[in-house]
Ligand binder design. Structure first.
Ligand SMILES: [Zn+2]
Length: 266
């Protein structure tokens, strides 16, 4: 079967991201601790608990705007933010990238690349809220010894100014998923999501969903500082690399992928 034909088939049957996985990514993403300027209460975005001065007087007293603090309820590091500010201007938004693997039929493995963005939203007179958005920025499929990458193009959409209007405004949107012939590391930026320099990613569940797929023995959880998708591309052609990693020569493989000669410390 031609690769483009297979790519079209894979795209047709590409599964959606499981809701539980998406919620888990949102939970793992960076969060804020919103506190009232009179220090009467604070709400942790990571665990959703409201801490009142009745129980947490000492804790609330040391809160400082834009400073990181550990939530006494869930133990997560969160950024304290005072609710007297206008958030869109004064507070940085946070984003974190995730890769979610999914097992398909006949050893096929799918991967979703998701960027979670957390920002603060406040309407006049309303309490501030943490709002998490997500965007699936890239898709991969691995089947029959081949790698497939899918992305979406930026397209200008013409939106009527009001329903039925003959006048339009242009908005940058995304096309349907398309097969990309080059197998590369994922791209993470999408229109409307803002620009974040961080291109690192977290693999959800330590690649446990790979069981039963063609990547079951790829030792992906041992790839410290090795670009994962470059590595998978190599692995699909040369699965023996599994043994090099299993023997503990990850340093050698790391130098190899970083463009150094194998075995030479860099
Ligand atoms: Zn918490």
């Amino acid at each position: 079967m031609k690769k483009t034909v297979k790519a079209a088939l894979l795209l047709q049957s590409f599964p959606e991201i499981p809701k539980a996985d998406l919620l888990e990514c949102q939970r793992l993403a960076p969060h804020f601790m919103l506190y009232r300027s009179d220090l009467s209460s604070a709400r942790c975005g990571a665990c959703g608990k409201t801490l009142t001065d009745y129980d947490y007087d000492d804790f609330l007293f040391v809160l400082e705007h834009k400073k990181d603090i550990v939530c006494p309820e869930c133990g997560r590091k969160v950024t304290a933010v005072c609710d007297k500010y206008r958030y869109s201007v004064e507070v940085e938004r946070y984003a974190q990238n995730f890769v979610i693997f999914q097992a398909g039929e006949n050893g096929t493995c799918y991967a979703h690349c998701v960027r979670i963005q957390v920002n603060l939203h406040k309407e006049i007179g309303e309490p501030a809220q943490e709002v998490a958005r997500y965007e699936e920025t890239q898709r991969y499929a691995f089947a029959d010894g081949q790698c497939y990458r899918f992305g979406r193009d930026r397209v200008n959409q013409l939106i009527p100014i009001y329903p039925g209007s003959g006048s339009f405004y242009a908005r940058t949107g995304l096309s349907d998923w398309k097969y990309r012939t080059r197998m590369t590391e994922p791209t993470w930026d999408q229109p409307g999501m803002g620009y974040f320099h961080d291109k690192t990613y977290t693999i959800l569940d330590d690649a446990k969903p790979l069981k039963g797929t063609c990547l079951q023995y790829a030792e992906i959880d041992k790839l410290d500082q090795i670009p994962m998708f470059d590595y998978i591309k190599f692995y699909m052609k040369h699965p023996n690399i599994e043994y090099i990693i299993k023997l503990g020569y990850t340093d050698m493989v790391r130098h190899w992928f970083a463009g150094y000669c194998a075995g030479v410390p860099g």
